[in-house]
Design a protein around this ligand. Structure first.
Ligand code: IVH
Length: 698
C-alpha cells in the first residue's frame, strides 16, 4: 500500500469508526458488531503506525468514545440536560484483542519493560454495560458521572441512587474522605427481557442488548423509572494513590469491606498459563452468569508496577482486555418470510427454531437478499449457524450441509410483492428486489409513516398498531395528513380515549420543534440516513436550496456520492413529494436551519409585507422575520412598516406603499437588519462538521 492509498483508507476508517462510536455511546444503537468495530480499529492502528504522518489527534485511536449528546437542546428534547463535571482523572478505555497470542505478547512486553517476571496479575470479567464513576465524600455517595468523553461526564447521581446495590453510605472504616471508584452499570438479562417485553407491548422499540438498555436507562429523566429498570452496579477500578494498598486486588478487597459491589469472580494469578485457564473457564462459564460480559480483563496487580508502565493516550499500558468472539449457535431454518420495507425493498427473513444466544432467545435472522441465499445455498430445513452482530436481528453466517435433510427445499424468491401483488423489479447492479408501487403498497405506506414518526426523525409517539389503525380507516396515508388529524377523528379509533388522543396530538404538535436536519431525515429519501441528512441540512441550509441544487451541487457535500445524489434528485422530481412538503411546510415544520443568532427581537414591533421572489423562498424570508420578532402581513396598510420587495414585486403593492409612505426595502437591506450572524442559508458557505472538542490525555 502506498502513502496515498494509506491516507485514503485512514480517512475512511476514521469516519466509519467515529460514526459507529457515536451510535454506540450516544444513541445506544450500534450498527456493527464489536468484532467488526475492533477489527477496523486495529486496521487503523496498524496503518497509523506504518504511516505516522497521517496520525492526527482526532483519530479514534487516540481518544475514547463519547456518550455525551451533542449540545443541541432540540436533539435531546426527550432527554434531560444533565449537569456535566470534569473527571478528576480521565476515564480511559482498554487495549483489546481477540487472540491469546496477543495476551502472551502483553505479558512478555510487560516483563521486558519492567525487567522482571515475579509479579502477579488480576484477572477479571469484562462487564458489558456502561461505565460509571462514583465519588464518595465523607463516606456518602456524593456524585456519579458517566464516562462522557473521558474528560467530562454527565451527572447521573439521582439515577444511580436508585440502583439497589450502590450504597448511599460506606460502612466499616478506612475509606478516604474523598474517594473515587469506577465500574460498570449493568442490566441483568432478566430485567432486560422484562423491559423489552414491556416496550414491545407499548409499541416502543426494544433495546438491542443489555448494554444499550443499561446506558439508555442511566440517562432517563425520571429516577423512579430508573429504579424500576433493575440495574446493578459492579466496581473494578480505583484511580491509583487514593487507598494505601500495594495491589489492585487489595484495593478492591478494601472497597468490598466498605460495602461496595466488587466482583467476586476476580482472581489473582501468577502466570500466562493461569491467565489462559481463567479465560478458558469463563469463556464457557460466563453463559451461566445473570448479566452480559464480553471478555476478560488482565491487569498487572502491583500498583507500583502499574505506575511505572503508565498510560498511552487512550488506555493503561498495565492492562489488556481479551474479548470473546460473539457467540454462535446452530439451529434449524424453519421457513422464510419476505418482508417489504418502507422503501419497497424485499428482504428475506429466516424463521428459526428458537435458540438461546448471548443471553436472549433468537427466533429470526436476516437473510439479506436473494444473492446471499443463492451464494450460501441455504435451504429451508437446513441447520444454520447464527451470530449476533450490533443489531437486534442476528445474522446467518454458515450452513452445515452435512446435516441437510433429504426433503430440504430450495427457497423460491417471490416474483410479486407479498403485500400488494405488484411484480417486483430489480435495478442493474442492485442486490435487492423492489416493489415499485411506492404510493399504493400498504406496507410501504405504513413503513414510511413509521419512519417519519420514529424517535430519531419526528419523534411522534406511536407504534405499528396506531399506524395500522390510522391507515385502515383511511385517516392517514402520507405524513402531512398527521398534521390535519382532529381529536374527533382519533376518538373514532377502537380503544382510543380522550387522554390517548390528546397525548398523540400533543406529540404531533411537539414535533413542530424538530430541527430541519431531522425533518429531512424523516422524509425518508432513499439512502439518506441520519448522517447524510445532517450533512445536507448544514450544507444547503434550507429545503429550497436543497431542491434547487444540481447533481453537481449535491456531490459537493462530503458524504454524498452518485447514488445518493441521484436518489435526492429523483425524490424532488416527484410531484407527490413536493405537494407533501408544501403541506408539511404549511403545518409549520422546520424546513431550514435555524441558528441561535436568528432568534432575536431585532425586528420586534415591525410589520413586513413580502412581495416578489428572493434568493431564498418567501417562506424562508417570513420565517426569518418571525424569528427576529417581526410580524408578517398579507397586504400593505398604514400599519405596515416595510414592504420587502424582491424581484418582480406586485405592482399594486408598490403603488400602495408609495401612496401610504411605507418604506420599500430590498433583500440586501433586509439582511442588514437581522442580527449579525444571520445569513441567508442559501448564501451561507458550507459549514464543516464541528471539530470534536476533546483534549488529549498526556
Ligand atoms: S479497568 C484505566 N476493568 O471496558 C482502565 N474496565 O473496553 C479502567 N470494563 O473502559 C478500566 N469490565 O468501561 C476495567 N474489569 C474491568 C472492566 C472494565 C468492563 C469496561 C470499562 C472500560 C471498557 C474498555
Amino acid at each position: 500500500m502506498d502513502a496515498n492509498q494509506a491516507e485514503k483508507r485512514i480517512l475512511e476508517l476514521k469516519d466509519i469508526l467515529w460514526e459507529n462510536s457515536r451510535r454506540y455511546y450516544v444513541e445506544n444503537a450500534p450498527t456493527m458488531s464489536d468484532f467488526e468495530y475492533d477489527t477496523l480499529m486495529h486496521e487503523l492502528e496498524d496503518l497509523e503506525s506504518r504511516f505516522p504522518q497521517f496520525r492526527t489527534p482526532d483519530s479514534p485511536t487516540q481518544k475514547v468514545g463519547s456518550d455525551l449528546e451533542a449540545a443541541s437542546p432540540k436533539s435531546s428534547r426527550k432527554g434531560k440536560d444533565f449537569a456535566r463535571y470534569p473527571h478528576r482523572y480521565p476515564m480511559l478505555s482498554l487495549g483489546n484483542t481477540y487472540s491469546i497470542a496477543e495476551i502472551e505478547d502483553f505479558v512478555r512486553r510487560a516483563e521486558r519493560e519492567l525487567g522482571r517476571s515475579d509479579f502477579t496479575y488480576s484477572c477479571e470479567l469484562k462487564f458489558d454495560g456502561t461505565a460509571i464513576c462514583l465519588n464518595y465524600r465523607n463516606g456518602k455517595l456524593f456524585r456519579a458521572l458517566t464516562r462522557g468523553d473521558g474528560v467530562i461526564g454527565d451527572d447521573v447521581t439521582d439515577n444511580v441512587r436508585m440502583i439497589s446495590n450502590v450504597p448511599q453510605t460506606l460502612k466499616g472504616s478506612g475509606w478516604p474522605d474523598d474517594f473515587e471508584i469506577r465500574g460498570e452499570i449493568l442490566m441483568p438479562y432478566e430485567s432486560f427481557d422484562r423491559l423489552n417485553e414491556e416496550r414491545e407491548a407499548q409499541e416502543e422499540e426494544p433495546f438491542a442488548n443489555p448494554r444499550n438498555a443499561a446506558s439508555g436507562s442511566l440517562k432517563l429523566t425520571d429516577p423512579q423509572e430508573v429504579g424500576r429498570r433493575g440495574l446493578i452496579c459492579t466496581l473494578y477500578h480505583v484511580p491509583a494513590g487514593s487507598v494505601a494498598c500495594a495491589t489492585h486486588q487489595e484495593v478492591l478487597d478494601a472497597a468490598a469491606s466498605w460495602g461496595l459491589p466488587v466482583s467476586p469472580e476476580r482472581r489473582t494469578v501468577g502466570s500466562i498459563a493461569e491467565i489462559e485457564e481463567y479465560i478458558d473457564y469463563w469463556d464457557t462459564a460466563r453463559k451461566t452468569l445473570p448479566f452480559a460480559t464480553d471478555g476478560i480483563v488482565i491487569k498487572i496487580n502491583s500498583l507500583a508496577l502499574q505506575s511505572s508502565l503508565g498510560y498511552t493516550a487512550k488506555s493503561p499500558r498495565w492492562a489488556v482486555a481479551y474479548k470473546f468472539k460473539a457467540e454462535e449457535a446452530l439451529t434449524r431454518l424453519l421457513s422464510i418470510d419476505y418482508q417489504v420495507g418502507r422503501t419497497g425493498a424485499v428482504t428475506p427473513v429466516a424463521n428459526l427454531s428458537p435458540v438461546f444466544l448471548s443471553g436472549t432467545m433468537v427466533r429470526r435472522a436476516t437473510l439479506n437478499n436473494q444473492d446471499f441465499i443463492n451464494q450460501m445455498d441455504i435451504r429451508v430445513g437446513d441447520t444454520v449457524k447464527v451470530v449476533k452482530g450490533g443489531e437486534i436481528i442476528p445474522k446467518i453466517i454458515d450452513v452445515d450441509y452435512s446435516l441437510r435433510p433429504a426433503q430440504s427445499q430450495i427457497p423460491v424468491f417471490p416474483k410479486t410483492c407479498p403485500d400488494c401483488g405488484t411484480p417486483l423489479v430489480k435495478a442493474d447492479g442492485e442486490a435487492k428486489w423492489f416493489c415499485p408501487n411506492s404510493d399504493g403498497c400498504p406496507t410501504q405506506i405504513k413503513g414510511k409513516l413509521l419512519h417519519f414518526m420514529s424517535r430519531k426523525a419526528m419523534n411522534i409517539i406511536a407504534g405499528e398498531a396506531t399506524v395500522d389503525q390510522l391507515f385502515n380507516l383511511g385517516l392517514v396515508r402520507t405524513p402531512d395528513q398527521l398534521y390535519t388529524l382532529s381529536k374527533n377523528s382519533l376518538l373514532m379509533l377502537e380503544g382510543w380515549k380522550e387522554r390517548s388522543a390528546q397525548r398523540f396530538l400533543d406529540s404531533i404538535r411537539e414535533s413542530l420543534d424538530v430541527p430541519f436536519e431531522r425533518v429531512l431525515h424523516a422524509l425518508g429519501i432513499r439512502f439518506v440516513g441520519e448522517t447524510t441528512a445532517k450533512s445536507m441540512a448544514r450544507h444547503f441550509g434550507s429545503i429550497d436550496a436543497l431542491m434547487a441544487a444540481t447533481r453537481e451541487d449535491l456531490l459537493q457535500v462530503g458524504d454524498i456520492g452518485d447514488v445518493i445524489a441521484d436518489s435526492v434528485k429523483d425524490y424532488f422530481a416527484d410531484s407527490g413529494h413536493l405537494r407533501m412538503i408544501g403541506n408539511l411546510r404549511n403545518a409549520g415544520l422546520h424546513f431550514s436551519v435555524e441558528t441561535a443568532a436568528e432568534s432575536s427581537d431585532a425586528l420586534s414591533g415591525k410589520t413586513f409585507v413580502v412581495s416578489g421572489t428572493f434568493s431564498v423562498s418567501r417562506d424562508e424570508i417570513k420565517r426569518l422575520i418571525e424569528a427576529a420578532g417581526g410580524r408578517n402581513a398579507g397586504s400593505v396598510s398604514s400599519r405596515t412598516t416595510f414592504l420587502l420587495a424582491g424581484a418582480k414585486p406586485g405592482p399594486e403593492k408598490i403603488k400602495k406603499a408609495e401612496a401610504l409612505g411605507v418604506k420599500v426595502i430590498g433583500e440586501e437591506d433586509f439582511f442588514q437588519m437581522l442580527p449579525s450572524g444571520t445569513v441567508s442559508p442559501a448564501r451561507q458557505a458550507p459549514q464543516p462538521e464541528p471539530e470534536q472538542e476533546l483534549t488529549l490525555f498526556q
